[in-house]
Design a protein around this ligand. Sequence first.
Ligand code: ADP
Ligand code: NA
Length: 330
Amino acid sequence: MSKPRLYSGMQPSADSLQIGNYIGALMQWRDLQESYDAFFSVVDLHALTQPNDPAELREKTRRTAAQYIAAGIEPSKSTLYVQSHVRAHAELAWVLSTVTGFGEANRMTQFKDKSARYGTDATNVGLFTYPILMAADILLYQTDIVPVGDDQKQHVELTRTLAERFNARYGEAFRVPMPVIQKDTARIYDLQNPTSKMSKSAESDAGVLWLLDDPAKSAKKVMRAVTDSEGVVRYDREAKPGVSNLLVIYAALTGRQIPSIEDEYAGRGYGDFKKGLAEIVVSEFGPVRERALKLLDDPAELDRVLAANAARADEVADRTLNDVYDKLGL
Ligand code: ADP
Ligand code: NA
């Protein structure tokens, strides 16, 4: 029997990914690619919903793909491609927009949050229809599971609704996917502001650990991370968000349980604990960074790999799109 399908993606919205992307997404993708027929996309069409310089967007897209590979996504095992290389994404998004209610789209909380932040004039319609493009991304590949952060859960729910609606109206064209929401312990917070999520689009990057940064710089950021005055290495998200966040990062990167790390640092100060974590960060991300930079040294080869993977994605996506057009009378 063939393996179940998995789809996930990330926007090329910065020069480097941050370790929240690594711990919350890439590490899981790397494991899941063994048991799933996985499609991992760099979703550059989605990135167009933000202002972009074209040359920079192309470079960010390459860099994001290189970091997927450097983190262990194998382009010979998984299908790792750039969204815009597969034309069916935009075409299916149009079709799906015609089976989406305006009110239904209008209920997406991420759009409400973002458009409130940007203001009406700086908000483009693409941002409004973003979840429909995301539904197309997922449905094109007859996806069984979609690993996402909880901020994307509502979009996957919409995807399911659209798939079921289309199937009921026009005949079975889509598999109805299941979201796999990342565990709370996989959520990483900003080192300077440990109650807000670490993000590649944070206003200040003082508390952001970049995958492609010089490891010495990341080590310094760990040493400067906000903690508290208790001086005890103990997990308590409410009372000790800074230390808890560092414990989560420590546990994720070493595969150890939090209580065992608390025991190791019992009776020692935050300085020791941070030094331990800084060493782990350096030894984990040093090699990832090296691999990514090496891939970026040969952009022609990277582009060749991405093109070959896009061809594979294209085949699957076209099959779905042709069936959809056929069912619609197009
Ligand atoms: P960013 O906020 O860095 O732009 P995205 O929203 O593009 O990140 O998310 C890309 C992927 O990385 C998603 O699967 C998301 O759940 C994961 N991710 C992003 N930030 C974090 C974080 N701080 N902790 C855990 N996972 C994260
Ligand atoms: Na996506």
